[in-house]
Design a protein around this ligand. Sequence first.
Ligand SMILES: NC(=O)c1ccc[n+]([C@@H]2O[C@H](COP(=O)([O-])OP(=O)(O)OC[C@H]3O[C@@H](n4cnc5c(N)ncnc54)[C@H](O)[C@@H]3O)[C@@H](O)[C@H]2O)c1
Length: 364
Amino acid sequence: MKRIKAGIIGCGHMGRNHISTILNNCRDEFEIVGICDPEEKEIKIAKNLFNNTPISCYSDYKEMLKDKGIQAVFISVPNFLHADVAIAALKAGKDVFCEKPIATKVEDVYRMLEAKEKTGHLLVIGFELRYAEFYQRMKELVEGECVGRPVIAWCKEFRGPFLPKVNNWIQYRDKSGGALVDKNSHHFDLMTWFLNARPLKVCAFGGTNVVRVVNTDDEVEDNACVIVEYEGGRRACLLLCMFSPETSDYGLELGIMGDRGRLETDKEQKALHFWMREKPEDIVWNLEERRPRYLRKSAHTVYNVSRLDVEGGHFGFLQEHKAFHRAIEKGEVPLTSIENVVYSTLIPIAAEESMRTGKVVEIK
Ligand SMILES: NC(=O)c1ccc[n+]([C@@H]2O[C@H](COP(=O)([O-])OP(=O)(O)OC[C@H]3O[C@@H](n4cnc5c(N)ncnc54)[C@H](O)[C@@H]3O)[C@@H](O)[C@H]2O)c1
């Protein structure tokens, strides 16, 4: 296996997660040769992770990109900087892993797609949940006979406020793109993956009603309801609350309802449950029995999460590093190559616009 020389751009919370995962579990795949962050404090904490092994440190990513020995970079900077940093890295000849969301503006998403096309280098986005066995099993079940034809997807995320970030960038809509873009791009990505259809229109309502951190007009929303209309009569709905006292995994639920069955996550139990009718026509109302003829076929725990699945604190985090390496070494197309996950970000950008204008927004 070829060991790829890598640079880390952005050494805050997520950059350090990448460093630790590589140092602890992907040493055969990557060798980190440089780290970059304009904040001295963040560089210092990151440098300590290397236990006195010499490492080149940069405050300007453009300087780091001049190092011809660096073949790949991991970008974990605030969302509004993703496009400029990723494009510069692609143009410098690097294969790029960029954290989610893709960007905060539609034009930046397209600029990144174009740069990837033109340079021919990899541009992989950090939607690690797609690499988690848990969600891969869910995808398999949707593609099998479990739900029949998928019609509705839903996601409920009830959680507490965002963790503090360097200079509080995440609390400002112009820097993070808003809570729906930053956080729920993960869930719009999964729902679109499961429904396997093109999203057409989005409408959303939301606001900042409880959580105040930076107290500006630009503060990210703390609650929202979003509806997405897909081609082929498929729909998705997302409900976000960021002031829930609930802090366990129970706060996140995802589900898919098809013409044949229902599949949903149970993150507290680390399980997937599904219910399925024997025959599609069983959905009619039976007057004699005074209930719909609904045949509960199964309610199964079908999957239990392994320790490795939550490495780095996120389902699929370790696997996404291994997949990035396979893409570089073997040319495997990664599940989260930018063109495969483009709606993850275009949907919540449209939802943010809908919240502000009160209009239904089309996805072009
Ligand atoms: N995949 C996930 O589940 C997940 C989880 C958390 C965060 N993220 C993403 O990771 C990215 C970083 O988030 P974070 O939580 O680490 O934030 P953070 O604030 O902890 O770290 C961001 C770092 O980027 C640095 N930075 C700013 N401008 C830079 C520049 N020009 N060059 C180099 N470094 C620069 C900051 O100084 C800071 O150290 C964001 O895009 C975020 O959405 C992804």
